[in-house]
Design a protein around this ligand. Sequence first.
Ligand code: MG
Length: 306
Amino acid sequence: MSEIIEIYDDRLRAIVSPNASLQKLANGAVHSEGPVYFHEDDSVVWSDAHGNRLLRWSPTEGLSVLRDPSDYQSGNYRDLEGRLVACSSGLRAIIRREHNGEWKVLVDRYQGKRLNSPNDLVVKSDRTIWFTDPPYGITEPNQGYGGEQEQPGSYVYRFDPVTGEIYPVVTDMVRPNGLAFSPDENLLYVSDTAAFNIPGGPHDIRVYEIVGVARRRDRYLKNGRVFAVIDPGQPDGLRVDENGNVFTSSEDSVQIYAPDGTQLGKILVPETSTNLIFGGKEGNRLFITAGHSLYAINLNTRSVQQ
Ligand code: MG
């Protein structure tokens, strides 16, 4: 039996072998966050979020620095054209690396006021970008350039990079952070990291049903509820596999939940995990950013995205 897999429910055995091992691929970051996988060159790009750099690792080329400084880039994702889209806590914007290598600001305002500091994002199959906007780039000196908060709250936004339309879809969370869709994109999971610096604040994952169309934005999501309370620490980045199981970072591990909210088990990680992404040539390798490092573990499941 592996010492890193904790099994609470037998359904976990179909997801990860009890003997699976965790590999440390790279270290040297101040605070690893926001991994994204590129199958074109079998690489992982992630943020040294507090070190203000963007890093890259591949099995053949090892570790390199892609951007320094990175304007406190946080969450990263890959759009349907293979471009890197990212949250910039420093620029308080969603940015994109164009095919020619230039970085472009896609959106940095809602209703004329600056965003707080986008933290994490996902791209839906209709090409819209959904992102969280807690104020950490304003309130935490090692996560951004400070400034004044202009938005009245910390929301989750839906942004259409084609039309430029942006509007909030979640307004009832304290510090929305990581987010992911269910495989059929009928559900949106969002982590709340408020407990990080608000005593008594939430440390849970909420789930919302996606029902709306753009012209009914006030009804876009419904039936928001707590999916799971995460201990120890709080959840941050999260992902969903092809069967709807939810993988979330936490203080001691990557925790795995069935779609019904049952905790199936844990993958213990020696540093505090912040985020994760499915990748590898078979799509079944889970890359985990944690502490100063990047880790990976092979699973028996994969993501529907990539
Ligand atoms: Mg985050």
